[in-house]
Write a protein that binds this ligand. Structure first.
Ligand code: KG4
Ligand code: ZN
Length: 342
């Protein structure tokens, strides 16, 4: 039987994120972040995408040292930790199992409770790591490598999905079109950098789905056919127009995202708008959101770049709010690879 030690005051939480190809550990006292160490796996860059089996093996190799580093930076000993948080899903099965197994082993050894966090909720609650915090209710566009969704947050743990992608995620739209240009994985940050040096002079199809759902497959096909045609006419086309192509790809994806945010504002009347997830680091999206806020009189919120892409701080802050509500996770809880399983 797993008996917990008695706890007084704010919890000291050790949080683990391992849902994809980044291994990360963060330490919190209450809602105060003390350290957040992220170790990114670089092998996938050469392989053109995340290879699940390699990702889970790499988590096994580094998780212990990432934890030691996080404890050291926080000036904490493991014995001071009284709650272990981990990403329960969605994500890659093997990668999730490594983080969850490590968390449960630690928790059993320390006789402390575990909290399994929904990764997508983590991306959104990253807004509460540092002030200014969004005010409830707010709309959040969460855009990452695996997901694209618009949600309404009525409270920390009270949300509803208003719309989501029916095919690719926004991050995949960046990564896959970047691959067509010959850029390494993940190409989102590179497209962002080159887009700032170019002009959005090429037009691509914008997928048109009703309501608050998203689709990026038509856009992706339109970029592919455009490049094929142009390369047949001039095989140096991509090289000669590289920055303008990046600017055009970015501006089309951002247009599609912004138009759904506008629709969500019109439909709900809510004027507190947040963006989260890896793609929310995109400078074009941040600028357009800023302009939209001025035009529509919105209050918009972005997360500092270091908390946009996968990190354990977002898991820790979510666990803190779950802890306050007594939402613990039993040791026999499975990992949940799909968002719909939550
Ligand atoms: O949230 P995240 O780290 O991982 C997932 O949960 O998927 O997001 C990773 C995604 C990748 O597709 C990457 O290309 C994209 O975020 N990304 C960006 C930028 N930084 C990361 N996309 C566009 N512009 C960026 N600056
Ligand atoms: Zn993520």
């Amino acid at each position: 039987m797993h008996r917990f030690k008695k706890m007084v005051g704010e919890p000291n939480i050790l949080a683990i994120e391992s849902s994809c190809d980044d291994t990360s550990v963060a330490i919190f006292t209450g809602n105060k972040l003390l350290s957040n160490v992220v170790s990114s796996q670089l092998d996938h860059e050469e392989l053109g995408g995340v290879v699940p089996e390699l990702a889970s093996r790499a988590h096994v190799q580094v998780i212990q040292s990432v934890m030691q580093k996080a404890l050291k930076e926080a000036h904490f000993s493991i014995k001071q930790i009284n709650c272990i948080a981990y990403t329960q899903g969605p994500g890659l099965l093997g990668s999730l199992i490594v983080g969850a197994g490590f968390a449960k082993g630690l928790a059993m050894g320390l006789r402390v409770p575990t909290i399994g966090v929904n990764h997508m909720e983590g991306h959104v609650l990253a807004h509460f790591i540092e002030e200014p915090y969004p005010r409830f209710p707010f709309i959040c566009l969460t855009v990452s490598g695996g997901h694209t969704q618009l949600s309404i947050y009525r409270n920390y743990l009270d949300s509803e999905i208003l719309g989501q992608t029916i095919d690719d995620a926004a991050g995949e739209a960046f990564d896959k079109t970047g691959k067509m240009l010959g850029l390494p994985y993940p190409s989102g940050p590179l497209i962002d950098r080159y887009a700032n040096l170019g002009e959005a002079k090429f037009e691509f199809a914008q997928s048109n789905v009703n309501g608050l759902d998203f689709s990026f497959s038509g856009f992706k096909t339109s970029v592919l056919y455009f490049l094929k045609k142009k390369m047949r006419e001039n095989d140096q086309f991509i090289m000669e127009n590289h920055n303008d192509l990046c600017a055009s790809i970015q501006s089309t994806i951002v247009d599609m995202l912004i138009s759904k945010i506008k629709l969500a504002i019109d439909m709900t009347g809510i004027k507190e708008i947040a963006i989260a997830g890896g793609v929310s680091a995109n400078s074009g999206l941040r600028k357009r959101l800023n302009t939209l806020s001025q035009e529509y009189g919105l209050k918009s919120y972005t997360v500092p770049i270091r908390y946009c892409t996968d990190n354990a701080a977002m898991i820790g802050i979510t666990a803190y709010h779950m802890y306050k509500q007594g939402q613990f996770t039993p040791l026999d809880a499975p990992v949940l690879t799909r968002q719909t399983s939550f």
